[in-house]
Design a protein around this ligand. Structure first.
Ligand SMILES: NC(=O)c1ccc[n+]([C@@H]2O[C@H](COP(=O)([O-])OP(=O)(O)OC[C@H]3O[C@@H](n4cnc5c(N)ncnc54)[C@H](O)[C@@H]3O)[C@@H](O)[C@H]2O)c1
Length: 404
């Protein structure tokens, strides 16, 4: 089996890679029958030399590879026919902007395995960047808070080398945070726990929901909540999280009790179809609404977190939302809520994100090539084969044909 690490070609440039030099080394050491070629790249976070230093082949010639590994969508003209490809195709939700890409994959007889649908037997995702979105999202949130309140200026995350450096920068400004700051975090998945990792790394005190809602503190504190804390059933029964996932229409938001006491809100939840908005534009107008800074890692636009009216960019990460006029304003305006809603946060931490992703890929995906895919990992992630959609992805047929 000959693996190829492809050069990222999408714009804006993405510096991440599926396998770091160290991960490549591990792969060829563990599987003597594996071959590996890395396509040269001048934007990748790890230089070509870092690969060659470890004895990994770097070459423009990847025509002999069987399996090509990338992160972002591969431009159609760069797709090599008859190969197996792994990348984020952003087609599984029928995204209109990638219809042509999936059509080209089928025309070129490519076997596409999308990272987003690499799952375990119970349907859980096995490889993802969410943790890194949480890590950078928390950092960027503090950066926005410092600017908004005029308290401190943190460097941009992308200028720092790794998570350790982000933590060190936050520790330096910790003493400048408002003494009574209350931070709310929604979500307990990959993103939510990535955020939590950062809050814990700077030793912020975590408090219970009851204490968060009813007590005042003389130090910054945070509270992490999940769906059943920010929603409640219309009939007030408690039926567990699965019930919420299955019947979101039977719930209403219970978020305002938190919004009344929160200064800085970090959104790290997943928002499912049909779930109640956490807070609406009307809620944000309420005199009791206290949130001044939002780091929206979830980043659902014009929906559950009403002040997220657009995604922001790494270059210009913070904008302001005026609740009264429901419009974008300068985030430094007195009445503006400062919103950080960068939708490609892991790109700001390309080395750590690549290292972490590669570890998961080595652990969960690579073995499947050598054990006859005994866990079904490849089978579940294979979207196309022999020029057609596989059974599991047949629901994309009308999308591919341009009918929806
Ligand atoms: N801004 C970025 O750069 C970036 C990067 C990665 C992920 N994200 C987004 O962050 C969000 C969270 O991702 P994650 O990887 O932490 O997800 P996850 O599946 O690991 O965690 C999901 C969390 O949301 C809650 N949740 C609420 N409604 C749910 C539902 N209907 N189904 C499942 N879980 C539900 C879960 O209880 C859990 O706490 C996603 O919307 C994702 O698109 C953003």
């Amino acid at each position: 089996m000959h693996f190829g690490i492809i050069k990222e070609r999408k714009n804006p440039p993405d510096r991440r890679v599926v396998l770091s030099p160290e991960a490549c080394k591990q792969l060829i050491t563990k599987y003597s029958e594996a071959q590996l070629t890395v396509e040269p790249s001048d934007i990748r976070v790890y230089s070509d030399a870092k690969y060659t230093d470890l004895g990994i082949t770097v070459s423009e010639d990847i025509a002999d590879c069987d399996v090509l590994l990338g992160v972002k969508e591969v431009p159609i003209e760069a797709l090599i026919p008859n190969k197996k490809y792994f990348f984020f195709s952003h087609t599984v939700k029928k995204q209109p902007y990638n219809r042509k890409l999936l059509q080209a994959v089928l025309e070129k007889n490519i076997e596409l395995y999308d990272h987003e649908v690499i799952t375990g037997i119970r349907g859980q995702r096995l490889v993802a960047f969410g943790r890194y979105a949480g890590i950078v999202g928390a950092y960027n949130g503090f950066r926005a808070l410092g600017l908004k309140l005029g308290l401190f200026e943190l460097p941009k995350a992308e200028t720092l080398p790794n998570q350790k450096a982000l933590i060190a920068a936050l520790i330096e400004i910790k003493g400048l945070l408002p003494k009574d700051l209350k931070i709310l975090l929604t979500g307990k998945g990959r993103v939510g726990n990535g955020v939590k990792e950062m809050l814990d790394a700077i030793s912020l005190t975590k408090v219970s929901i009851n204490d968060y809602l009813h007590h005042s503190y003389e130090e910054p504190v945070y509270c992490q909540i999940d769906v059943l804390e920010y929603n409640e059933r219309l009939d007030e029964q408690y039926l567990g999280r699965e019930d919420f996932y299955k019947h979101p229409d039977e719930y209403v938001s219970n978020f305002m009790r938190f919004a009344k006491v929160t200064d800085f809100y970090i959104a790290g939840h997943f928002f499912g179809d049909g779930a109640p908005y956490l807070f609406t534009r009307e809620d944000a107008k309420h005199t009791n609404f206290n949130i001044k800074v939002v780091a929206d890692v979830s980043c659902d636009i014009d929906g559950p977190v009403a002040c997220t009216i657009k995604p922001s960019t790494i270059a210009d990460p913070v904008y302001g939302y005026n609740a009264e006029t429901e419009s974008e304003v300068d985030f430094m305006d007195k009445d503006a809520i400062a919103v950080m809603a960068v939708d490609n946060l892991p790109c700001e931490l390309p080395a750590d994100a690549s290292d972490g992703f590669g570890e998961m890929f080595l652990k969960y995906v690579i073995p499947a090539f050598f054990n006859n895919d005994k866990e079904g990992v490849l089978e579940r992630a294979r979207m196309t084969q022999n020029g057609t959609l596989t059974e599991r992805y047949k629901y994309l047929e009308d999308y591919v044909k341009g009918k929806e």
